[in-house]
Ligand binder design. Sequence first.
Ligand SMILES: [Zn+2]
Length: 224
Amino acid sequence: MLATATATPAAPPPAHSPHRATVGLAVPAAHARGRIGPNAITRVAEALLEEVGAETRREIFAGARLEGYLRDPPQHMVEEQEVMALHDVLRARLAPEHVRRVNRDAGVRTGAYLLARRIPRPVQKLLRILPAPLAARVLVTAIRRHAWTFAGTADFSAQSGRPVSFTLAGCPMCRGARTDAPCCDFYTACFEHLFRTLVHRRAAVCETACAAAGHVHCRFEVRW
Ligand SMILES: [Zn+2]
């Protein structure tokens, strides 16, 4: 989802991308349409194992026709429809509070993966010593540049300031869903983990609008 301007990308660009060699730089949305980084599958698999155990996890992945990913976890970008199918089955099979815990856990795991593998240590060190508003601006820019790795066909936009805000129109985590409350906790938790680690330890992210709950788009606000 994020790699910063100087890092390798969070997930390899599609094989046909002419930008494959220009690691870490923004790839035009048209080249990545309909595909999402594998963390959206692999981290959900890890979180499900903790939350519901191996057998229920297998049933959920089978219900989404993704059982093969448990045996052979995806290493590259996956089809957006696969992520949507997994989340449809999650919502159908589990109680809302379970879905929420799984998605939050998966989002934190994704953030931790990005910090461990994709965001260079010197960049992390710099962000931690910058004043929070400046660090936030740098992080927002990096997230915007790498939206192609996590937004699929959604239109992503980001706004620096207080609060920082992100919007996803056509969010792949909740497209077609109807819920009583915002439900895109995977993104909420991932953004929060990154902001808490790199910008301010008390940063909190709230999904203030969600397409599944009847709003025009999903909107996430970051405050500290
Ligand atoms: Zn949402």
